[in-house]
Design a protein. Structure first.
Length: 117
């Protein structure tokens, strides 16, 4: 009896605008960049913050999400805080940035820069 493996769902969901922003970032990246990386460093008044940076090498425990415009890596130490989240890119008259809908967040600071799980 053959075993059929089903595709593993992505740990993080991306909107179309997030896909487009990753493509835009990769179009402007240096030649040694292999993608962008999402991590949750300890920072801010609530404890953890979202950070997106260029990456030049993949780490063994990073989650890799291939998008139409480039590769998004999710830091292996951050993945448990982000499972089931949606990453969006939002622009308005006053600000632009990635916005996260994170079901694991139990609270956030008033300015929205950091969160707690």
């Amino acid at each position: 009896m053959a075993t059929t493996l089903r595709a593993r769902p992505a740990a993080l969901n991306l909107t179309e605008t997030a896909h487009a922003r990753i493509a835009d970032l990769m179009a402007r990246a240096s030649e040694d960049a292999i993608g962008v990386k999402l991590s949750t460093p300890k920072r801010g008044c609530s404890g953890l913050a979202y950070s997106v940076d260029y990456v030049t090498e993949a780490k063994p425990f990073d989650e890799r999400i291939d998008t139409p415009g480039g590769t998004l890596f999710v830091d292996g130490g951050s993945i448990l805080y982000l499972i089931g989240s949606t990453m969006d890119w939002v622009e308005d008259d006053f600000t632009a940035g990635f916005v996260f809908q994170n079901p694991n967040a139990k609270g956030a600071c008033g300015c929205g820069e950091s969160f707690t799980v």
